[in-house]
Design a binder for this molecule. Structure first.
Ligand SMILES: Cc1cc2nc3c(=O)[nH]c(=O)nc-3n(C[C@H](O)[C@H](O)[C@H](O)COP(=O)(O)OP(=O)(O)OC[C@H]3O[C@@H](n4cnc5c(N)ncnc54)[C@H](O)[C@@H]3O)c2cc1C
Length: 401
């Protein structure tokens, strides 16, 4: 449903999942919104992305239910397995039981499918490709954004949804010092047809082993299998989604792992390597008429599969706050930050903890973890994740105490 036309104008910098969701949500609420994306065209290299019920709730509300059902895959279960013999450590049914509990589906998607569903829902005149933000000036009553191509935009509110290396964040709060976690992830996609002999079921598998873990699930309506193979290594310098990795290195890192893991890696044509960095939650997200959203303010390790979901939640809550307090936008942005910061910081922390839990060397701690999983006591039980999955970000609601 579209809201009444509002007088507030908004520039969203960054046309990733967070920025496009924010633009669509603000537009539907009646705001005059434009998105500025630095890329001149869409060349999507990202692989899989998980859209849990807290995020699909928002996307369904924006009219994307059919797109998600067509291109997303609804996994039947989380299946945690042991790295060498493939033994099941835990299998948590998803699909119907999950939808009955949380009201919305869990989807596993190709980033390109999600981005194209979001972008095609926006009128093309609202999305400006080839616009790299290089500066901004907050004039108290308005904000001016400056782009490398000479264009300027003069608006009431500016939202920095410009990802891990956010220029908007740097302008507001100075440089950041992310810490290398000692982990890198090989990522890639394999045509499902090529893996037919393995008989992979429609689950999300997480194989846990000493110093690494391996995740695989279907995307793109089941046509592709996405994998993320996380290894520990000593050093790294660059944090990029687009660096290419060597398949031989990935196979060497998973020497001795179960044949199924090695068969998936062996079937890959190309892989990207992504060095994983950790961040301390930011103290502030907003200053005056400018705020941040998504990875720009709370980039997290992928071990809770919440990076995209939290950006989508941000978009919905930002819209609700601006709609509630249209006249005082600076206060609306502060309220948005107060509503979001503790929740995203908690998920950032849990994502970091999972690195240690997933990578335990074989020994007493690993046996303790596996026994707890076999007994059904795990961070992946519905009760444990309920505070994440049942959250409704579309209403501003009460501020946390
Ligand atoms: C190429 C890519 C691949 C990814 N692959 C995965 C993956 O496989 N698995 C996973 O879990 N997560 C992945 N992510 C991250 C995940 O998508 C994010 O955690 C989540 O979607 C939150 O996104 P965001 O919108 O905050 O940031 P992003 O998705 O990073 O989007 C930020 C956008 O801002 C644009 N931008 C940056 N600087 C400027 C500027 N100065 N001016 C204008 N535009 C600018 C960028 O080009 C980008 O489109 C990937 C991100 C990217 C960019």
């Amino acid at each position: 449903m579209r809201g009444r036309a509002r007088s507030v104008s908004v520039s969203v910098v960054g046309g990733g999942i967070g920025g496009l969701t924010a633009a669509l949500s603000l537009l539907r609420a009646g705001f005059d919104v434009h998105v500025y994306e630095q890329a001149a065209a869409r060349h999507e290299v990202g692989a899989g992305v998980q859209i849990s019920p807290n995020a699909s709730r928002v996307l369904h509300g924006l009219g994307l239910a059919e797109d998600l059902a067509r291109t997303g895959v609804r996994p039947l279960a989380w299946h945690q397995r042991r790295w060498d013999d493939g033994r099941t450590l835990l299998r948590t049914p998803l699909a119907e039981p999950l939808e009955a509990r949380f009201g919305f589906p869990h989807y596993q998607m190709h980033r390109a499918d999600l981005l194209s569903a979001l972008a095609s829902s926006l009128p093309s005149a609202r999305l400006h490709l080839g616009h790299q933000l290089v500066g901004l000036i907050d004039r108290e009553t308005r904000v001016e954004a400056r782009f490398a191509n000479g264009v300027t935009a003069d608006v009431d509110v500016l939202v920095g949804a410009d990802g891990i290396h956010s220029r908007v964040r740097r302008i507001l709060f100075g440089p950041e010092r992310p810490r290398f976690t000692g982990c890198a992830a090989y990522r890639g996609l394999v045509p499902a047809e090529r893996l037919r002999d393995l008989g992979l079921d429609v689950t999300a598998e997480i194989w846990m082993g000493p110093g690494g873990h391996f995740v695989r699930y279907y995307v793109s309506g089941g046509r592709l299998v996405n994998f993320v193979a996380v290894v520990e290594q000593d050093d790294w310098t660059r944090e990029s989604w687009t660096d290419r990795g060597e398949l031989a290195d990935a196979l060497a890192a998973f020497e001795g792992w179960h044949a199924q893991v090695r068969a998936i890696l062996g079937a890959v044509d190309e892989t990207f390597i992504w060095a994983l960095f950790d961040r301390t939650p930011l103290e502030r997200w907003s200053a005056g008429r400018v705020t941040l959203l998504g990875d720009a303010c709370h980039a997290m390790l992928p071990f809770m599969a919440q990076g995209a979901a939290q950006a989508i939640e941000d978009a919905a809550t930002l819209t609700a706050c601006l709609a509630d307090a249209e006249a005082d936008v600076a206060e609306a942005l502060r309220r948005y930050e107060r509503l979001r910061a503790a929740r995203t910081a908690r998920i950032q922390g849990l994502s970091t903890d999972n690195k240690r839990r997933f990578h335990l060397p074989d020994g007493p701690l690993q046996r303790e973890r596996d026994a707890a999983m076999s007994a059904g006591s795990t961070d992946f039980s519905f009760d444990a994740v309920a505070w994440i999955y049942q959250h409704d970000a579309t209403t501003a609601g009460e501020e946390p105490a």
